[in-house]
Design a protein. Structure first.
Length: 318
């Protein structure tokens, strides 16, 4: 639940994460926080910008730094401040901190571009001309294709034998695109509905996803929701890290740069890859491309996660 308190250039929300907002490590999901950051920053803009301009604005860049974990049922305050309101570009800063201890959990920045009237009209026309619905049958077929791709990619051959560990992990990553698993998650995970694993490249440690931009993930302008991009970056790169790295862990930072509008009705490809695995951190990136030739790059993002280290038992426990 949320409570809101706004001033001239700042809006504060009170947020209490529930169990279904958390990841496997018991902390609030990085993609969930990225989505909240997008929403509250637009709420802050709504206090100082007129409604017409606000509804004709799109994200240019997201940058999030995860300072401390936020666990379930820990009350947090999200404070979004309009730092600069320009003619074409606005800058919003967002902080999330513990309500009890006042310790900073998340710091973020959001760059927003005010679109022109012709561009808004083009968005509307594209939305009207495309069928954005996504049926249960289409969802089931997408998952079936994912299963075939993953299982074919982990079949041992004489030239490239596949380890049992990789085969086991490959089975696990299917749960990230399993419709029944997604349905059991938090509502914000609906952003992942329709994700399909279309290719795996062991040589480059890359997992390529396909996604139809359906009505459930578009903004009021008819383009892919900015908060959805943060969530997709978190989810897709986490799959690549799970598959090709020794361990996973909580997010340290997520950065997204939006290059071209991703309109509803498009099918996009997301190349999620492991850039480097260090002793403490894993560096990942995701590239969003148009599925149609010439496969124009639509957005780039990066994701850094800290390797999970099991806590050592206390002397008393021993």
């Amino acid at each position: 639940g949320f409570e809101c308190n706004g001033s001239a250039r700042t809006v504060e929300f009170l947020f209490t994460p529930q169990r279904h907002h958390t990841n496997g490590f018991g902390t609030t999901h990085g993609g969930c926080i990225a989505t909240l950051m997008d929403e509250v920053s637009f709420a802050a803009l709504g206090l100082v910008d007129d409604a017409e301009h606000l509804t004709a604005s799109v994200s240019v860049a997201h940058k999030l730094s995860y300072e401390k974990p936020l666990v379930a049922l820990q009350e947090a305050v999200l404070a979004a401040e309009v730092q600069r309101l320009g003619k074409n570009v606005s800058f919003v800063g967002v902080r999330m901190y513990s309500r009890r201890t006042l310790s900073l959990c998340i710091s973020a920045s959001h760059v927003v571009f005010r679109t022109t009237r012709p561009l808004v009209d083009n968005f509307a026309k594209a939305q009207e001309s495309n069928d954005l619905s996504y049926s249960a049958q289409q969802l089931a077929l997408a998952f079936e294709r994912s299963e075939r791709v993953v299982r074919a990619a982990v079949q041992s051959t004489s030239s490239a034998p596949v380890s049992e560990e990789l085969r086991s992990k490959a089975e696990t990553i299917l749960s990230f695109v399993d419709p029944s698993a997604i349905a059991a998650m938090s509502p914000f995970c609906s952003f992942a509905v329709g994700l399909e694993i279309s290719a795996l490249s062991h040589a480059t440690r890359t997992v390529t996803f396909s996604l139809f931009v359906h009505e459930g993930i578009v903004s009021g302008l008819g383009s892919l929701h900015g908060g959805c991009m943060g969530h997709l970056t978190d989810m897709t790169t986490s799959v690549a890290g799970l598959l090709y790295c020794s361990s996973g862990g909580p997010s340290v930072s997520i950065d997204v740069q939006f290059m071209k509008p991703i309109l509803g009705g498009m099918t996009i490809l997301i190349d999620a890859s492991v850039v480097k695995e260090g002793s403490r951190l894993i560096f990942l990136e995701a590239r969003f491309r148009d599925a149609s030739p010439p496969h124009a790059v639509l957005a780039n993002s990066s994701h850094i996660i800290a390797k999970h280290r099991p806590s050592k038992p206390s002397k008393a426990a021993l």
